[in-house]
Design a binder for this molecule. Sequence first.
Ligand code: PYC
Length: 332
Amino acid sequence: MNLPPLPSFSGSAPAVAAASPTTRIIDTHTGGEPTRLVVSGGPVLRGITMAERLQELRDFHDHWRRALVTEPRGSAVMVGALLTEAERPGSDAGVIFFNSAGYLGMCGHGSIGVVASLAHLGRIRPGPLRLDTPVGTIQAEFMLDGTVRIDNVPAYRLHHQVAVTVQGHTMHGDVAWGGNWFFVCADHGQTLTSDRVDALAAFTTQIRQALQAQDVRGAGGAEVDHIQLTGPALDPGNSGRNFVLCPGLSWDRSPCGTGTSAKLACLAAEGQLAPGSVWRQESVIGSVFEASYQHGEREGEVRPSLLGRAYVLLDGQFIAQPDDPFAWGWPA
Ligand code: PYC
């Protein structure tokens, strides 16, 4: 399905204190995790590839990220998304994800939110569409009942059972790619319940610091910036539960699409889940993604599919008053 052309961006990059009066944002949540999508009037990106556009956004327009997802308009939990023209023939649009700490490669809950926003705008009808991201193209399908299927970029396990010690407890985890880099750990000794999220965030922050100190990295020296603790599901109808620390101090209210993809890659590598079998991933607040995988094109890679639902929360205009010292976000 081809989307109608995107409304043109505002011409030239806006000065820090002057957003286009037509900047339109739509907020959704997917399993409790918010996504704020800029659908028009955002920064003009001239890069050809999505990776170049991300670099441009980071280098020249980072005030937009801060304005959209840091306080007072956003918070650590908010994930932002900027809609762009498609990069590749056959794709419908491009999208770049970010949060209060920086930029994401892919975002599963965010992609589901983007599709729900496009449906809200009337730009798509039920059916398939393709979205380009800085780490590859994903295929999505907007279903008649409002659910969204995402066929993610290929996922794989890079390192098996890396040992790390935090708070006197030695545990082991796999380093895996699911569109972002994850440390996926089961023998952490923590109880994964929503009344413990502050303790879990502190614990996983220490894991991330310990991995950095041990120089444990993803491919190409990338930082392992997402930490996923896994455990048994509380709902017997689900397959497992997780707690995911995202870049910065935020934790994912959803089961984390890229984290679930990384988990599928680890399960596949261990021979614990067959291609096509359903894995129901429960988040620390009890929201669920239904996931499965097929073998990827390359040895050791899986192609994850995620099924979830996003709901529209807000459809509005971005305003930055010229005399507002915090209009473009805090911390600067
Ligand atoms: O759903 O992939 C995801 C995600 C990444 C960070 C927050 N959510």
